[in-house]
Design a protein around this ligand. Structure first.
Ligand SMILES: [Zn+2]
Length: 109
């Protein structure tokens, strides 16, 4: 799946403020999303891709937080019955696996 060009929201929230801030719009485009590239303080970058990456990270952090909460909840309510306990622990293991996976996703750029 290819990413589309900048949306109206991104133009309003990312590109416009950047232009107002004095960043230079280059006549080159991002190969990934088609947005014009910008240069500021000697750094060439795609503001739209950076914005999307940040947004995605924030969303993932939200998921991570909810998973952690659930994990704590489960850890604080372990049943005595061995069968129930096993089910409980299995769910906890799955959550921990997911958390690991999220951490890897976040680390990789
Ligand atoms: Zn881009």
């Amino acid at each position: 799946m290819t990413l589309g060009g900048p949306t109206e929201e991104e133009i309003r929230n990312v590109i416009m403020p950047l232009m107002l801030s004095g960043a230079k719009m280059l006549d080159r485009h991002c190969p990934k999303c088609g947005s014009p590239l910008f240069e500021k303080d000697g750094r060439v970058f795609c503001p739209v891709c950076e914005y999307r990456a940040k947004k995605r990270k924030k969303e993932m952090r939200g998921v991570e937080e909810r998973l952690m909460e659930k994990l704590n909840e489960l850890a604080n309510s372990l049943p005595d019955d061995p069968g129930e306990l096993e089910k409980h622990l299995r769910v906890m293991g799955k959550i921990m696996e997911l958390l690991e996976r999220y951490k890897k996703l976040e680390g990789g750029e």
